[in-house]
Structure formats: structure tokens, C-alpha cells
Design a protein around this ligand. Structure first.
Ligand SMILES: [Zn+2]
Length: 551
């Protein structure tokens, strides 16, 4: 009798397991190229106008998504609505701004776009800075975690701070400094602005360097020449910061030269412990006109409730927005964002449908969150993270999807921030089941971890996984896959040529990867495990605090 009982329990335990769950397999197999094609062709069509926030393109996009979620049978997740409204401010600085530096051997006048770029976080029509003292603050980092403070004993209120991009670990490749060559958040331009504002600076100027920034000056020019969106409760707006911008490396050399300062020696010393900020004995004056508009955009949120632990959530995120129409591009001026991120958005719809086919329904709830303004600085996800629809402590983890694979099946998938949290173990297990493997970010010095929506969640402590396309192509190998990726990035990334081209695309990799995303979410939604940040990861203490408060 006892023996039969054991066998009985063994069988019931196994039947709960997904390999025995026939509905899981059937659901997985509904993730097909046909459905993906259907959604991508709509989202990336010219009719959707490049899906820019707060435009007709947005109206079309979010209506389509909400209608699809409704048809699939998902519930609205934002208090009875599929839309979580995101209050935004759109700031447009005139390009005829003037920037002059005096007090040195010769006056330095910088030319907008060629020499510098910038704008104001303030909602004012007119910004004027008169003879603001310039201080070189090295990397402009204040971090207790890494025992580094470039602002120590310094009062920069009403002054202009001039600083370097990235962090001391990157330039020195010294593993005892910050995170060695891998960029930390302290290396990001967003951090530089935030810290300068916290310190009370009047203006902040980042010195561009292609390697350290991970992109050439042209990208800086393109990214900051248009209007800038920010959240209505943006912290920079309530600070004293009047101007934030970048200058070219060449301009920096000119400015340091006019002050009689050795640029190479000073920038080198900035990466050594004990570096002291330098009063440049220069004055910055600047004038710019600015237009402020208050507007709104929307995150789209739909939920498929769990059966046994419905108050616990797995979140899938994929940004729906892209750059819209830009007439600076001759000919085709619509940035359709087919790969970036009509593919990821389509995958949400396809996975949502697959979840509805599960019998029994998964234990935990699954939230499908298509966020806005990723391209404007992760604003939609940032807004959600700070105004969550469900308790963060009950949010098990986030799986972010930004750009799917169009070059065919790969053996690998890439985890940015590999080893940061227990979510990785789920990804590794699912990939392993299919004879595939996970790879760490090959270029952590570029700071990719801080450049998509999963980071907004990490920032508040919620474990998040950014799993993206691999390069180890099943048919053609790794070198080929890498070359395809690089070529695509060069030719099409954030350009009108990121078009939907079903005849050229190989959908097999995209489908296989989407099934992996689905299975990771499925596994997470059928366990009582709370994956954690690994020890030493900066977001861990926030999560620990969050969980303590809850218990
Ligand atoms: Zn994207």
C-alpha cells in the first residue's frame, strides 16, 4: 500500500510539471511566425507613423494593442483601463544658443552642434547664465559604494561642473576601481546630470570621448538636437540646474588650453584615488530660448490573472514607441522601428495568447506592459516603476524584450547584466533544455545594462532580466552572426531603414527566442520562488528593504 502511495504522489508531482502538461506544449506551439508577422506588419507600417509618443502614431499604436489584448481575453490592468497615463513635459531648446567661455588666455566661443550640444531641464522660456565659475570635477561621481567622491568638500552651487563620461574603472581597466572595465551606472550621462543637480550645480558639461561614451559625436548630435521629453515630476526640473550638455573632445582641449591646464594629465589624474577637483578659473556664459509643452503618453497594461497566487506578478515589458517621422532624413522619413521594437511588442501579444491557452491556468498573474518613451530615456518604464499598478514587493521579476532576432536560429542568447539575479538561472535552465546557452554581455563597457527598460525596475529594486538575441547562428556560426548584427546596427539602428521586410527576415530565431521568453515566464509563474539579486549587486539592498517592509 505504502509503495502505491509513493508512486501516486510521484505521478501527481510530475503531472504538475510542464513536460507532462500537454496544454503547455500546445500553448508553446501557438507561438508562430504567422502571428508575429501579422502584428509586426501593422505596428511597423507607415500608417503607424513610426509610433512617436503623443502623436497620431501613438493613438493608433495603443488602440491596436488594447484591442488585441481585449480580443485575446486579457483584463485591463490600469484601474479598469488598458492605459496607464504618463504625464510628460516636452522641452524644445532653440538651436541658436550661445555659449562663451572667458577668463582664460583667449575667449572660447563654441558653435552649437559642431562643438557642443545641450538644453535645459527647466520649464522656462529663457535661460541665461552669466559668468558661472567652471570646476573640473573629474568623473563627477559621488559613490559610497565604491568609496569615491569627486565632490568632496566642494561647493558647486551656482557653478558649472565640467566632467568626463564613464568611470575610473573603465579607463584604467583596474578591477579594484568601480566594476573594472564594465561601465557602472556612475558612468552614464544620466547619472552625471542627476548628481550635478543634487550638488546644486548651475550647469553641467560632459566631455565627449567616443570610446568611453560608446558612441561617436554624431550620435550625441542626433540624440539631443530634437525636443526632449521628461516626466512631469522630473527631479532635474526642481533642481537649480539650468543647463546640461556635452562638448566635443576637441573643444575641451581648447578650453583647458586657454586656462593653461594640461588636458591629458588632468583627465588621467581624474581616474586615480585622491583626485582633487580643479578650479579652472574660467567663466561660462550662456543664453538659450526654450519652449515648454505639457503633454501625455501611455503605457499599455494588460493582465492574465493567476489561479493560486494571483496577487503575485511576473511582468513582461517591451517598449512600443519609436522615433516617429523626422524630415531631416531625405526620402523615407518615417522611422518605423520594425526590429526596434515592433518585434518585441508583437511578442507580448503572441505570448499573451499562449498564456490564455494554459489549462490549468498558471499560479501567478502575468502582466504584459508595453511601455512608452523608451527612446526618450526609459520614461514609460521609469514612470511605472515609480507609480506601479501592483505592489513592487509582490512583483517577482521583469522580463524585458527589446528587438528580436531576424537572422535565424542561434544557439545562444545574451543576458545583459549576466549573473545579477536569480532570474538568470531560469533563463539558463530554459535555454539549456533546448541545448542552447546564455552568454554575458560581450561589451559591458558600453553600459547596455542601463539602456533599456529593465533598468528602470532594477533602479527601484525589482529583479529584472534583459535577455536578447544571440549571435551564434545555428547554420552559419558565431562570426557570421556577429557580423550580421554589427552590419544591421550600422545600417539601420535608429534610422528610417529599420523597416519590416518579411522577405529578407528569417523568423525562425525570433520564434524560438519568443518561446524561450514564454517558458521563462511560465516557469516563474508556477513556482513560489522569489528570485533575488545576487550579493554585491547594487539593487539588492533596495529589494531587501522592500521585502522586509512587506513582511
Ligand atoms: Zn528599443
Amino acid at each position: 500500500m505504502k509503495k502505491y502511495l509513493v508512486i501516486f504522489f510521484l505521478i501527481s508531482a510530475l503531472s504538475g510539471c510542464k513536460t507532462w502538461n500537454r496544454s503547455f506544449k500546445a500553448a508553446l506551439q501557438t507561438i508562430t511566425a504567422d502571428d508575429m508577422k501579422k502584428h509586426i506588419s501593422v505596428l511597423a507600417s507607415d500608417e503607424f507613423l513610426g509610433r512617436a509618443p503623443s502623436t497620431e502614431g501613438e493613438t493608433k499604436t495603443i488602440s491596436y494593442l488594447a484591442e488585441q489584448f481585449r480580443q485575446i481575453g486579457l483584463q485591463p490592468a490600469a484601474r479598469g483601463s488598458y492605459f496607464q497615463e504618463v504625464p510628460l513635459v516636452k522641452l524644445t531648446a532653440d538651436h541658436d544658443m550661445k555659449l562663451v567661455i572667458t577668463g582664460g588666455k583667449n575667449m572660447v566661443r563654441l558653435k552649437y552642434s559642431d562643438d557642443f550640444i545641450g538644453n535645459t531641464p527647466q520649464r522656462k522660456d529663457h535661460i541665461r547664465i552669466d559668468n558661472s565659475d567652471m570646476i573640473f570635477v573629474g568623473y563627477g561621481i559621488n559613490s559610497t559604494e565604491y568609496g569615491w567622491n569627486d565632490y568632496e568638500g566642494l561647493d558647486v552651487k551656482g557653478k558649472t561642473v565640467v566632467l568626463l563620461i564613464n568611470d575610473p574603472g573603465y579607463v584604467t581597466s583596474d578591477s579594484s576601481l568601480f566594476n573594472g572595465r564594465a561601465m557602472t551606472y556612475y558612468g552614464r550621462w544620466t547619472y552625471k546630470y542627476e548628481e550635478a543637480a543634487r550638488q546644486g550645480a548651475e550647469a553641467v558639461i560632459i566631455i565627449h570621448e567616443t570610446g568611453a561614451a560608446a558612441y561617436p559625436w554624431g550620435v550625441v548630435q542626433n540624440s539631443w538636437s530634437g525636443p526632449e521629453f521628461c516626466l512631469e515630476d522630473d527631479e532635474l526640473a526642481s533642481s537649480g540646474l539650468q543647463f546640461k550638455g556635452w562638448i566635443t573632445n576637441e573643444s575641451a582641449r581648447k578650453i583647458f588650453g586657454s586656462a593653461g591646464l594640461d588636458f591629458d594629465r588632468l583627465t588621467k589624474s581624474a581616474s586615480t584615488r585622491g583626485f582633487k577637483p580643479v578650479d579652472m578659473k574660467l567663466k561660462l556664459s550662456l543664453e538659450l530660448r526654450n519652449r515648454t509643452e505639457y503633454t501625455r503618453s501611455n503605457n499599455v497594461a494588460a493582465v492574465w490573472p493567476g489561479s493560486r497566487r494571483p496577487d503575485e506578478y511576473i511582468i513582461y515589458t517591451a517598449h512600443w514607441d519609436h522615433f516617429g517621422v523626422n524630415n531631416a532624413f531625405k526620402g523615407d522619413s518615417i522611422l518605423n522601428g520594425a526590429v526596434d521594437n515592433a518585434t518585441g511588442t508583437a511578442s507580448l501579444l503572441v505570448m499573451a495568447k499562449a498564456f490564455t491557452l494554459l489549462h490549468p491556468v498558471q499560479d501567478r498573474s502575468v502582466l504584459f506592459l508595453s511601455v512608452t518613451c523608451e527612446e526618450q530615456g526609459l520614461l514609460g518604464s521609469d514612470y511605472y516603476a515609480r507609480n506601479p499598478l501592483f505592489p513592487p514587493g509582490k512583483t517577482i521579476g521583469v522580463i524585458n524584450i527589446d528587438g528580436l532576432n531576424i537572422f535565424g536560429r542561434t544557439k545562444d542568447m545574451n543576458i545583459t547584466g549576466y549573473g545579477f539575479s536569480g532570474l538568470d538561472d531560469y533563463a539558463i535552465a530554459v535555454l539549456g533544455k533546448y541545448g542552447r546557452y546564455a552568454t554575458p554581455d560581450p561589451t559591458p563597457e558600453k553600459g547596455s545594462y542601463f539602456r533599456s527598460d529593465h533598468f528602470s525596475f532594477a533602479k527601484v529594486g525589482i529583479p529584472s532580466l534583459n535577455l536578447s538575441s544571440g549571435v551564434d547562428n545555428v547554420e552559419h556560426g558565431r562570426e557570421w552572426g556577429l557580423a550580421q548584427n554589427e552590419k544591421w546596427t550600422m545600417d539601420n539602428y535608429h534610422k528610417p531603414s529599420d523597416n519590416y521586410e518579411p522577405d529578407k527576415w528569417d523568423f525562425s530565431g525570433m520564434i524560438e527566442d519568443t518561446r524561450v521568453y514564454f517558458e521563462i515566464g511560465y516557469d516563474l509563474s508556477n513556482t513560489d520562488d522569489f528570485p533575488e539579486w545576487k550579493p554585491g549587486i547594487p539593487y539588492k539592498s533596495l529589494r531587501d528593504m522592500m521585502m522586509q517592509k512587506q513582511n
